[in-house]
Design a binder for this molecule. Structure first.
Ligand code: BGC
Ligand code: BGC
Length: 674
């Protein structure tokens, strides 16, 4: 395809050139759809018609999926080296490559014995314990690597790849820079910043000797009852498209430039394919009930740009589409994603997602491999899955061809990422010898934190500012209070040091600043007086109170709600009302993973800021809320809602473009000081 033949006249590493080119290429591919492969052609024509009629009844096969053009083309020489490696592997070795075990449940000896292709750290999983140092992480990476390259049979030993959820910075690791969750980044409307965040995240991941992150989430959350709404950039696929491209380029490097998979880059994963954000009634791991056209137009858009940026792995969704589990959908994973869209990297399963297919268990699932999952995420039961898969191949329930295709894809990605050398060398640099590994000073580096601080500033959305109570003036006495005022765990949300983001204290975030600590730094410069308190209990009567409150941390299904009400409404209303009754101005800073129906709180506050889940740099909040010594704002608000804000708790789903669209604050809303 002529893709991008016109581009790249500009500087080689220029991101805007890349964007323009990729996006131009992206649109040009929509024009041609002469390339769909009909995998059903081996089936007798009558049966074929019947199958297709059945699929059409379920809303499938209403469209032909356009090709997703990756700038990373198959390289014939590389393909030959891979084919040689694959032909030297035993079936047992191949099946091992197709499994990903959790680091807690596998030893280096088992990696060696079973030729395991990958390990993962789940949310809140560390080599030894919470607070492990960079050295501990790198040592673990070395142990896994060593296990993988010591192949007793002296056959192709394939270096392992370790994957982790670095979903808002390298969030499992103590001391890492934690960025705002995706919902806040969506409000920032700044793809350049997203690319920078990808770069910083990749570098911090590389410091721990890890080469793969399960990010970005390109879900387009359409029902905010979903506990994973905050992992979504926006309810609007347009924004998700731009961000998916930028984030993948940031993480993996510019696919047309010199930094592609450089030492400080990692493999990215677009997830969860496909339709997770459309889950019915916002139920996590539920059913996405949509036509194929809607699935494509709303939920698949981020995959097109992620692939256009060269993304190498895609994670299958826990969800079903019209009652069919995605992990078992040959149509979506093989016919659509691999054949019609043309994705040539590998599909990784989600945490025992295969076990949810009817007839499967965590330890046995020919269906998922046959559907097109190449590497199964099987944290615990990988031994059973290894044994059963081997048996299923021997019995012909999974074809050897399918196994070879899966392993070829996995090795292709390992080779592109430099985990296997260009000539098939498997004795590549062990993690501890890699350029960034072990460089503790890079983790949470001030320059990285500055990027996060900028992201915090740009993510804040000002919903109300009566009588210009903001910015807070230098001569004012400020009282900072509320459950999230001096609590970095609460401001970071789920996927922060622990899976749910719970059971953390400020000590789990060394180097981070709470909102209060941020005010102290800022006011230190501008001589406001500042007091931290709890509830409405101040010592020194303030002019203005900043009440910082919101949702408590959660992740995944733990965060599902039946409506958009906020459980802390009454409690916080009381605090704010007490302050107001004494004639004190109140600025509410609301931290949440989704827009919520909090009218009473908005009404009673003089100013109301949607701060989402800002992460480790609470200082960014203080910077935007404060004026300098001349009373001028230090920074203006930039954030614009990337999700529509509801009038009431039951107004869901509600999304931009709905016929009866009637939000309290529309998509794109956000006040400024000017
Ligand atoms: C989540 C994925 C995540 C995986 C590994 C799953 O429960 O759905 O997003 O990458 O766990 O932690
Ligand atoms: C893991 C997460 C994973 C989840 C899936 C947790 O125990 O730590 O990473 O996403 O289980 O249910």
């Amino acid at each position: 395809m002529k893709f991008c033949a016109f581009g790249f006249a500009g500087p080689k590493n220029s991101f805007s050139t890349l964007c323009l080119c990729l996006i131009a290429g992206f649109y040009s591919i929509f024009a041609s759809s002469d390339n769909s492969v009909d995998a059903a052609t081996q089936i007798p024509p009558e049966a074929q018609t019947e199958i297709i009629a059945g699929l059409e009844q379920r809303g499938i096969r209403q469209i032909k999926w356009p090709r997703a053009e990756s700038p990373i083309k198959p390289d014939p020489e590389m393909e030959k080296v891979i084919a040689d490696l694959v032909s030297n592997m035993t079936l047992k070795e191949k099946v091992g490559q197709m499994l990903q075990a959790e680091i807690k449940n596998i030893s280096p000896d088992e990696i060696k014995k079973y030729h395991i292709g990958s390990v993962l750290s789940g949310g809140g999983s560390y080599p030894k314990e919470k607070g492990d140092s960079v050295i501990d992480w790198v040592a673990a990476a070395d142990r896994f690597y060593q296990g993988s390259i010591e192949n007793p049979k002296k056959r192709a030993a394939i270096p392992i790849v370790w994957g982790i959820d670095a979903v808002h910075g390298h969030n499992n690791v103590r001391g890492a820079t934690i960025f705002p969750h995706n919902i806040g980044l969506g409000a920032a409307r700044n793809p350049q910043l997203i690319k920078l965040i990808g770069e910083v995240t990749a570098r911090e991941v590389a410091v721990t000797g890890i080469r793969w992150t399960f990010a970005p989430t390109v879900a387009v959350a359409r029902d905010e009852r979903w506990g994973r709404t905050y992992e979504s950039y926006s309810e609007d696929p347009e924004l998700v498209k731009d961000y998916a491209l930028a984030m993948v380029v940031g993480l993996q490097g510019n696919p047309m430039g010199d930094d592609f998979f450089a030492a400080d880059k990692v493999i990215a994963t677009a997830k969860h394919f496909v339709g997770d954000g459309g889950t019915y009634r916002g139920k996590d791991q539920g059913d996405t009930r949509l036509s194929e056209k809607e699935l494509f137009e709303i939920h698949a858009q981020g995959y097109y740009t992620a692939i256009a940026a060269g993304v190498q792995t895609i994670m299958a969704s826990f969800n079903s589409w019209n009652a069919y589990k995605l992990h078992g959908s040959h149509y979506m994973l093989t016919e659509v994603l691999k054949e019609q869209m043309g994705f040539d990297g590998f599909v990784v399963g989600d945490w025992n997602g295969h076990g949810q297919i009817p007839g499967c268990s965590d330890g046995s699932c020919a269906q998922a491999f046959n559907a097109g999952v190449d590497m199964m995420m099987v944290p615990v039961d990988w031994r059973d899955l290894h044994r059963n898969t081997l048996r299923q191949v021997k019995k012909g329930q999974i074809s050897e061809e399918r196994v070879n295709d899966a392993v070829t894809r996995i090795l292709r990605v390992k080779m592109r990422a430099g985990i296997i050398g260009p000539n098939g060398e498997v004795d590549t640099l062990r993690p501890a010898k890699q350029k960034y590994a072990g460089q503790s000073a890079i983790l949470g580096h001030p320059k990285h934190r500055a990027v996060a601080e900028q992201a915090v500033r740009e993510s804040l959305v000002l919903l109300k500012n009566d009588d210009n109570v903001l910015p807070i003036q230098p001569n004012q006495k400020v009282f900072v209070t509320g459950s999230h005022a001096n609590n970095i765990a609460n401001q970071s949300g789920g996927w922060s040091v622990t899976w749910q983001g719970t059971e953390n204290t400020n000590a789990d975030f060394p180097g981070a600043t709470s909102v209060f600590a941020g005010f102290e730094k800022v006011t230190g410069q501008f001589q406001q007086s500042i007091e931290l308190g709890s509830n409405h209990n101040y010592k020194d009567r303030p002019d203005v109170a900043v009440v910082v409150f919101g949702e408590n941390p959660y992740a995944e299904f733990e965060g599902d709600q039946k409506d958009l009400s906020y459980s802390g409404e009454k409690e916080n209303l009381k605090i704010i009302q007490k302050l107001k009754d004494q004639g004190i101005k109140v600025v509410s800073v609301f931290m949440s993973g989704r827009p919520m129906a909090v009218n009473s709180l908005i009404n009673v506050s003089d100013a109301f800021v949607a701060a989402w889940l800002p992460g480790s740099e609470g200082q960014g909040v203080a910077q935007v809320l404060s004026a300098d010594q001349n009373g001028k704002s230090l920074y203006d608000f930039k954030g614009k809602l990337s999700f529509s804000w509801p009038r009431n708790a039951d107004q869901v789903p509600m999304n931009i473009g709905d016929d009866d669209y009637d939000p309290l604050y529309p998509y794109g809303f956000g006040l400024t000081y000017k």
